[in-house]
Every structure is written in C-alpha cells, then in structure tokens.
Design a protein around this ligand. Structure first.
Ligand SMILES: Cc1cc2nc3c(=O)[nH]c(=O)nc-3n(C[C@H](O)[C@H](O)[C@H](O)COP(=O)(O)O)c2cc1C
Length: 159
C-alpha cells in the first residue's frame, strides 16, 4: 500500500491541529497508509519510506521553523532519491499577512528542488493550507481537502 507522511513542527499546538486535519482528509481518500510524526522524531532516512510527504510549520520570521529547515538540510543525504514523490506544505502564523504563504512556498521550494511533485489548488489556499493561529472552520476544511487531494495523487502515481 502507498504511504504518506505528515511531518510537522509545533510549539503551541496550532500546526499540530492542522496536521491532524490533513491526516483526516488523507485517510478519507482510502487505500493509502497515513503516518503523522513530529519533525523532531524523523531522520532523513525515514523520508525514503514514503510516497508522499506533507510538511507543516509555524511561521517564524516569515519562514519555516529552524527544526523544519534542519530536517530539510539533512535530507541532502538523499538528494535525488525523493524525486517523483508527492510533496505538500502547510503553515500557521500569528496574524493575517504574517508570512503564511511565504512559509508554505519556502517549504515547497525545497520539495521541488528534491524533484518532488507538488499539486497546486485552483480554488482554495493555492499553495497549501494556511491558518492564522489555531485552524478555524475554514482552515480545517482546507487542511482536509489538501490531505484528500494529496493522498489521491499519491494513489494515482503509485498504482
Ligand atoms: C520565534 C517566533 C517567530 C514568529 N514569527 C512570526 C511571524 O513572522 N509572523 C507571524 O504571523 N507569526 C509569527 N509567530 C507566531 C507563530 O507563527 C504562531 O503563533 C503559530 O500559530 C504558532 O504555531 P504552533 O502553535 O504550531 O507553534 C512567531 C512565533 C515565534 C515563537
């Protein structure tokens, strides 16, 4: 069965709540094993075992938390081996216009450099789900839809 990882960093729980909603959406699609892990629990080697990888971060000074960047930087060890896997990103900021989209795009850039496949969204949060603080009803919907679409793509590409 195809496998999808939802990796996140969270200090005060907002990004963690998003990760759980992404997982709910991803599981809804069925036929894909969905694993949720704090980023600190992951080594770059773990990334090899998944067909899809979604990464979530709080916004710290307009970009991802250092803990997220650390795993990405360590993943250079496997540069080339993540190519063709599905990627995605989500973020929580303190305020609107606080750097959500720049954070999502910074993560997406790294995934693209790995050669991963990132699906955009023509109707909702275009680059990946965002929340201001804890996810509200709108963000919960975006996270679930993102998770579902991502796992559907994983399934399509692995079948
Ligand atoms: C070191 C640090 C830097 C932050 N920088 C920003 C920022 O640039 N813009 C913003 O909107 N919020 C910023 N915040 C607020 C967090 O992004 C926000 O509280 C987020 O929801 C926390 O997510 P978490 O509960 O998953 O830890 C910052 C918080 C910290 C601790």
């Amino acid at each position: 069965m195809a496998r999808m990882l939802i990796a996140y960093y969270s200090r005060s729980g907002n990004t963690e709540k998003m990760a759980m909603e992404v997982a709910t959406g991803a599981r809804e699609a069925g036929d894909v094993e969905v694993v949720v892990r704090r980023i600190e629990q992951l080594s770059p080697d773990d990334l090899l075992g998944f067909d899809g990888i979604a990464i979530g971060s709080p916004v710290y000074y307009g970009t991802m938390a250092a803990e997220v960047k650390e795993l990405i930087d360590k993943s250079v060890k496997h540069h080339g081996k993540l190519a063709g896997k599905v990627g995605g990103a989500f973020a929580s900021s303190g305020g609107p216009g606080g750097g959500n989209e720049t954070t999502v795009l910074d993560i997406v850039k790294a995934l693209l450099i790995h050669g991963m496949i990132v699906q955009g969204d023509h109707e909702g949060d275009h680059y990946g789900p965002i929340a201001v603080g804890a996810p509200d009803a709108r963000s919960v919907g975006e996270c679930r839809r993102f998770g579902k679409r991502m796992s559907e793509l994983v399934r399509r590409l692995t079948n």
